[in-house]
Structure formats: C-alpha cells, structure tokens
Design a binder for this molecule. Structure first.
Ligand SMILES: NC(=O)c1ccc[n+]([C@@H]2O[C@H](COP(=O)([O-])OP(=O)(O)OC[C@H]3O[C@@H](n4cnc5c(N)ncnc54)[C@H](OP(=O)(O)O)[C@@H]3O)[C@@H](O)[C@H]2O)c1
Length: 260
C-alpha cells in the first residue's frame, strides 16, 4: 500500500552497511558523502591509506558514520579483506558501490600489452572480484543486497586510444547484466551507472584539450559536463528499496550523450 511510511522508506538507505571503492576519487567521494549523509554506515576503500584517512575524518566531522581500509581491488586477498572488514566493523554488508577505475589512453601501436592488461585488471577483474565476494556475504546473510557498479558511457562507444578502457568497460556492462541474472534468486540487484565526462583527475586532460572539450559539449543535449554531485541521486536510488525491481541494467549518467 502506498502510504507515508512506504514513501519514507522507498529511497532510504539509513543504517545500511555500504562498501564504496575508489572512495577517494571524484565520483567515489561524492557517493561516499551521499551515502553517509543518507544515514548509511560506510566502509571507504582505495589503495592510498593517507587519502582515505583524510576523507574519513572529513566525513565523520560532517556527521557521517564511516571507517576505512586501504586495499587493492585487483588483488583477490585484498577484496576478501574489505568484505571481512565491513562485516567485522558493522555486522553485515548490504550495499557495494564500485567507483574505482583507471585509464591510460594510448594508441594500440604505442600501448604495451602489460599496460593494456593493467587497465583490464583495474576496471574489469576488480569488479568481478568485488561483486563475487560481496555477493558471497550477502547470500549468507539472506537479506538481499545491492551492487552498483560505475562503468562508463565509453562501454558502448569506441574511441581513439581507448582499446583498453572501452573494452574494459564494455566487459563490465555485460558482467553486470550476467551478475544480475546469477544473483536475482537471492534478491540481490546489480546495475551499472555509465557516466560520460565528469570533473575528476581521470578526465583532467580533456579540459585542457579545447577540441575534445568543445566536441563533448556539442554532443551533450544537457549543455554542460557532469559534476560529481550529479552522480549521487542515482547511486542512492540503485542502493535503495526504490530499485528492488531494477536489475541487470546499464544506466546512462551522461546528460543525454548516449541518446544523441
Ligand atoms: N570522471 C569521469 O568523467 C568518468 C567518466 C566515465 C567513467 N568514469 C568511471 O568512474 C569511476 C570513478 O572515476 P573518477 O573520475 O572518480 O576517478 P578518479 O577521481 O581518478 O578516482 C579514481 C579512484 O580509483 C582509484 N584507482 C586509481 N587507479 C586505480 C587502479 N589502477 N586500480 C584500482 N583503483 C584505482 C583511486 O584511488 P587509489 O589510487 O588510492 O586506489 C581513486 O579512488 C571509474 O570507474 C571511471 O572509469 C569516470
């Protein structure tokens, strides 16, 4: 029945335990702050412990409940440690939001196989590992769960210098669709958000290349690039009961880029 209580709970993630990866990045720190301010208990993770500790202090000072663990999401043992840390710290794990990622834009003739593999591991293998071990906990808890993966609008569009990045994100989109199929029976929903250009260290170079910058703007019906805050609403929606019927999907976070 649609009453006040139903609506109040619809978008609520209050008291849920969420792991946010790439928590020190532009999108990760926005999601981490959004989840904290929405009342979730948040485990912040990335590889650089100093940056994590600074972020955790800022979020706590703003009233958030969070702890942090430095870990490499491409290393299986580290990923298992993240999930154990979440359960040991807050008792369970309800939400995983992956916001880490890496690119080294280079032509196929210039890029080494090793560097290409590094992109694939950072963007694809890591998501597989995180989803696998988060799902293992969620299934054991028998309470369902939410997995929100940050992919990219580049997952469905190639680009010069992107044989690694576009391929890694295309794989992530299908990984998300298949994970949703595997985990539906456990009431675990898995979706991706596919951003186009948001302000971050990763996209800094685009802001300094006027041709690339103007070209992007022309292709965004909304007429501006994304700000990290634009990402928070959908990240909360996909972690909340409002998205219980939504799974195995790749959602554009792109100001209309895919539709143009
Ligand atoms: N910003 C955009 O315009 C945009 C567009 C499309 C897609 N995306 C995707 O959105 C996600 C977040 O991007 P962002 O812009 O927030 O990036 P960002 O500001 O550069 O932050 C990246 C985060 O990932 C971690 N990281 C960096 N290199 C890594 C590696 N090799 N392996 C594992 N973790 C690594 C970083 O922390 P540590 O180095 O401490 O681990 C950091 O927390 C990524 O998946 C990215 O591909 C972003």
């Amino acid at each position: 029945m649609v009453n006040k209580e139903f609506i109040e709970k619809l978008f609520s993630i209050k008291d849920k335990v969420a792991v946010v990866t790439g928590a020190t990045g532009a999108l990760g720190s926005a999601v981490a702050a959004g989840y904290c301010m929405a009342g979730a208990k948040v485990i912040l993770t990335a590889r650089n412990g100093e940056k994590l500790s600074k972020l955790a202090a800022e979020l706590k000072a703003a009233g958030g409940v969070c702890e942090h663990i430095a870990a490499d999401p491409t290393v299986e043992e580290d990923v298992r440690k993240i999930m154990k840390f979440a359960a040991d710290t807050y008792g369970e794990l309800n939400i995983l939001c992956t916001c880490h990622g890496f690119n080294a834009a280079k032509g196929v003739l210039e890029q080494s196989v090793e560097e290409w593999q590094k992109i694939m591991d950072a963007n694809t293998k890591s998501v597989y590992l995180l989803a696998k071990y988060a799902a293992e906990r969620m299934v054991a808890q028998k309470k369902g769960g939410k997995i929100v993966v940050t992919s990219s609008a580049r997952s469905k569009r190639g680009m010069k210098g992107y044989t690694g990045y576009s391929a890694s994100k295309g794989a992530v989109d299908l990984l998300v669709q298949s994970l949703g199929c595997d985990l539906g029976q456990y009431n675990i929903q898995v979706n991706s958000l596919n951003p186009t250009v948001f302000r971050s260290d990763l996209t800094e170079w685009m802001f300094h290349d006027d041709n690339v910058y103007q070209n992007f703007l022309k292709r965004l019906p909304i007429g501006r690039l994304g700000e990290p805050e634009d990402f928070i609403g959908m990240a909360i929606f996909l972690a909340s009961p409002a998205s219980d019927f939504f799974t195995s999907s790749n959602y554009a976070a792109d100001g209309g880029y895919w539709g143009n």
